[in-house]
Design a protein around this ligand. Structure first.
Ligand code: ATP
Ligand code: MN
Length: 475
């Protein structure tokens, strides 16, 4: 049987029942004969206060972890970070901010955490320092909250698609598509690194060059063109050498793909999806979001994190074409490091300007020049722009990138040839257009960018347990 978590114990009613609290000591203070021990097991933003009365009948040390009743020894080992099993009665708490506390009858220290070496002694550590002890940072309030929001929103992603008839699809992590253009790839090989392959990669494990996937989209398209609505939710890998606060080398991406769907359908889906995730964060993670709102609202001018999410969830996202966006940017050309120019990709400073200054909230930009977008996007009638859409949000810039896919086999193969791609390798992708082709659309949401947005964490390395980036693969 699973034992009750701190989260469950905190909400127990009626009070005055016997409980056992298992967790790690967050803080311990003493006042006269009373020892106040805050214990958390990570199931709740705040732990539960356990009060041991040295003068009372409590028996520190007699629990499961200790052979002999040794009150002094147990109390000495009861420092921050120690794991404990505490028995007692749940009683109404006189302290502010909590309904209940535990009047302790028995304490057992399962694993002490010596104060001289345990790195999480102080109440506040910098995020930079905590990144160096990523194996312990989940024990802090902030990283516990990030982990709970991540888990709840992952669940909300599945719920959203399931309710709308999308099938959850597992696309391969190892792939031989090398020209998607989404980002630099990591090669997967079993060849001896000291021997240069004489004749390509024929002798390699897969008999050809193989890579870690940058996106499951192309494979997802094949299933959308059979099962109508699918989505992937898996890791993507990009050998990004840019050291930014919004890029990782390994991140999680959600990629819905719909058949019989236009770019407008795609934008509607993206907007509904984000709003439902913002609402899920507010409803399913209310206490954690309130914590981020209080401590990480810095960059959310005025409204705070919760206010920003509420407003975005209730708003209608502004939609504009790339051409309109560039015109807006040109009006403020002097305020940018990079001059906005039609034909150039939007820089992150431009994306932020459009959301923060022009729209005051999320923006969907459509119809980008074909040169700055991927080969598979459907060409507009002007033959210059493609049916692409990016969803931009304040603070972060791009959070979603999507498009209607080219469904005309001739136009698609012509575009691939223009770009010097080997169409032979993509026979299967072209087959979708040769046999029963349908208009279809989809997008990719970076899960970590979503978590950054809803928590207010500035650095993407702080919203994934073990970030992988250039020069960083520890743990
Ligand atoms: P950016 O311009 O921000 O580098 P992109 O246009 O290269 O992103 P897409 O190929 O459109 O990205 O990928 C879809 C989504 O995946 C992006 O909108 C973003 O949310 C996320 N994403 C892309 N690259 C990364 C990365 N290196 N780390 C984390 N998330 C990423
Ligand atoms: Mn993009």
């Amino acid at each position: 049987m699973l034992f009750p978590l701190v989260r469950d114990i905190r909400s127990l009613s009626p009070k005055n029942q016997d409980v056992t609290v298992r967790g790690w000591v967050r803080t311990r203070r003493e006042m006269k004969n009373l020892v106040f021990i805050e214990v958390n097991d990570g199931s709740s933003l705040t732990g539960i206060q356990c009060v041991f009365d040295r003068g009372g009948g409590g028996n520190a040390g007699a629990g499961a972890g200790a052979k002999e009743g040794n009150t002094a020894g147990t109390l000495a080992a009861l420092g921050t970070g120690a794991s404990v099993e505490i028995r007692g009665r749940l009683v109404p708490s006189p302290a502010a901010g909590q309904d209940v506390e535990v009047a302790v009858s028995e304490i057992a220290v399962l694993g002490p955490a010596p104060a001289e070496s345990y790195p999480l002694q102080k109440k506040h550590h910098s995020l930079e320092f905590l990144r160096e002890i990523a194996h312990l940072r989940a024990r802090t309030t902030t990283f516990g909250a990030v982990a709970r929001v991540r888990s709840n929103l992952a669940f909300a992603v599945h719920r959203f698609f399931r309710e709308r008839g999308f099938l959850y699809l597992h696309t391969p992590v190892i792939t031989s598509n090398d020209a998607e253009g989404a980002g630099a790839m990591f090669r997967v090989t079993t060849l001896d690194p000291s021997v240069k392959p004489e004749s390509g990669y024929g002798g390699d494990f897969f008999g050809r060059a193989a890579y870690l996937t940058v996106s499951g989209q192309l494979e997802a398209e094949t299933y959308a063109c059979a099962l109508s609505r699918v989505y992937t939710f898996g890791p993507a890998f990009r050998a990004e050498n840019s050291n930014t606060v919004r890029h990782l080398a390994e991140f999680w991406m959600i990629e819905p793909e719909m058949a019989f769907a236009s770019l407008e359908d795609d934008m509607d889906l993206a907007e509904d999806f984000l709003k439902s995730l913002f609402t899920a964060a507010l409803e399913d993670c209310a206490r954690d979001i309130a914590f981020f709102d209080k401590h990480f609202s810095g960059e959310h001018a005025g409204k705070g994190i919760a206010g920003t999410l509420e407003e975005a969830a209730a708003s209608r996202f502004v939609r504009m074409t790339y051409t309109e966006a560039v015109r807006e940017l040109e009006k403020a050309a002097d305020s940018f490091e990079y001059r906005p120019r039609w034909g150039c990709d939007l820089q992150s400073e431009h994306e932020k300007f459009l959301t923060e200054k022009v729209a005051g909230g999320p923006v969907i930009v459509t119809s980008y020049p074909k040169e700055i977008k991927a080969f598979y996007m459907k060409m507009n009638d002007d033959e210059k722009t493609v049916r692409a859409m990016d969803v931009l949000v304040p603070r972060l810039g791009e959070i979603i990138g999507g498009s209607q896919r080219e469904d005309d086999p001739l136009k698609l193969s012509r575009r691939m040839e223009e770009l010097g791609m080997k169409t032979d390798n993509y026979f299967w992708y072209l087959d979708l257009r040769r046999y029963g082709s349908v208009p279809h659309s989809g997008f990719g949401l970076g899960f970590e960018r979503l978590i950054q947005y809803v928590t207010g964490m500035i650095n993407i390395r702080d919203v994934i347990p073990y970030p992988r980036a250039a020069g960083q693969a520890e743990f």
